[in-house]
Design a protein around this ligand. Structure first.
Ligand SMILES: [Zn+2]
Length: 389
């Protein structure tokens, strides 16, 4: 399928809102929280670093830095695990971001099949388990216990620490708190038995309950990292639950009911000044370009602004429009097309029937449709709403 792209940075407020929603929806956010790592780092390196640095031994301080860089390398491998598993199901990863508390791989969409979600969620921790096993294999031959049960490792504790980091990363991320890996595993398992919305609500509820546990633990220890994670988990769980609810509200509704039917089109031979007139006269941001009956391209507001800056108002629409774009069929379900809108990261899709343009679908008008649905639900008399339940 062809793909239309739109340069970022020209989106209006409405775009930003939806973009945020996509982020919440698309993200595999994983708190690879590093309280344990930081403990390891602090206990094993920092005090020693100061002491040894006083003695002029810079080598150990450097070792500490190498250790921290290695931890972030492990975080990247963990995220690559998710990304590679997702790629198996044809889901691309937009980017991987490193944060002080871990990493985030942003997938273009969520795996819909619970089994696929299970595999993608488990792939990250699986990388850590594999690394831990490999490190243990390297460390074991050099490990000895003294009479007090303390571990002695010959050749430094670097590998042992890396082993512990991996064990911690796998274990922490498998805590069943949405949106951590464990929460997604839980949701996938629940979704095999219950419907997706119910499964998400239960998993999100458990996640928020555990977030409260993180708050208590964070205050008692005290550990500010845990408080931060608690906030992350709480917001992530709430966002995931509302996104799934929204997609459920769109389920079973054909595009024909949601699309915009009152819109302007352009012809390939129109000058850009015509597009400017349309933009100023209305709310429309993207314009289907129609040649006779056929849609031959899309002119987005971003394309228009870029072309105006370079070539002025006399350039022709056909010279600057996108020829590679996605379309929707009026009979398709809104939920499917909404996923496509997210995937292509574009603002609108022309709705085409038998090659003829019959409407436009934008993220804004999907949002408006949902608001109207919600308002109508509220309008039902309370008697009806609560009867029999
Ligand atoms: Zn993960």
């Amino acid at each position: 399928m062809s793909r239309a792209t739109r340069p970022d940075g020209v989106a209006g407020q409405h775009d930003d809102y939806y973009y945020h929603a996509y982020l919440l929806h698309n993200r595999f956010h994983f708190a690879k929280n590093v309280p344990a790592h930081s403990l390891v780092v602090k206990r094993e390196y920092s005090p020693r670093c100061t002491r040894l640095a006083q003695r002029g031994r810079v080598a150990d301080a450097l070792m500490g830095i190498v250790f921290i860089i290695t931890i972030f390398g492990i975080v990247v491998l963990h995220e690559l695990g998710h990304a590679l598993a997702a790629r198996r199901y044809g889901i691309r990863t937009r980017d991987i971001t490193l944060l002080p508390i871990g990493g985030v791989a942003r997938l273009e969409r969520m795996p819909e099949d619970p089994r696929q979600e299970l595999v993608v969620a488990l792939a990250g921790p699986a990388v850590n388990v594999a690394l831990a096993a490999a490190l243990l294999f390297l460390v074991l031959p050099t490990m000895q216990f003294d009479q007090l049960g303390r571990v002695h490792v010959f050749g430094g504790t670097f590998l042992l620490n890396l082993f512990l980091v991996n064990v911690w990363m796998a274990a922490f991320n498998l805590i069943p708190a949405f949106p951590m890996d464990g929460g997604r595993v839980l949701r996938a398992l629940l979704a095999m038995r219950f419907d997706y919305v119910r499964a998400t609500q239960v998993a999100a509820g458990i996640g928020q309950f555990l977030a409260l546990g993180f708050v208590v633990a964070g205050l008692l220890l005290p550990n500010p990292f845990l408080l931060f994670i608690a906030l992350f988990v709480w917001l992530g769980a709430a966002g995931e639950a509302s996104m799934v609810q929204m997609k459920n509200a769109l389920g079973g509704i054909p595009i024909r009911q949601v699309m915009i039917t009152n819109y302007q089109t352009l012809a390939p031979n129109d000058p850009l000044s015509r597009a400017v007139e349309h933009i100023l006269a209305g709310f429309q941001q993207d314009f289907p370009v129609v040649d006779g009956d056929r849609v031959v391209g899309v002119l987005t507001r971003a394309d228009l602004l870029a072309a105006l800056a370079q070539r002025g108002t006399d350039a022709l629409v056909g010279e600057v429009m996108q020829r590679d774009f996605m379309t929707a069929d009026p009979a398709e379900m809104a939920e499917t097309v909404f996923n496509r809108l997210q995937e292509c990261n574009c603002h609108s899709l022309p709705v085409v029937q038998n090659g003829r343009l019959i409407g436009i679908l934008t993220a804004d008008n999907v949002g408006e449709f949902l608001m109207i649905q919600a308002a109508l639900r509220k309008a039902t008399p309370p008697k009806l709403q609560f009867s029999g339940t």
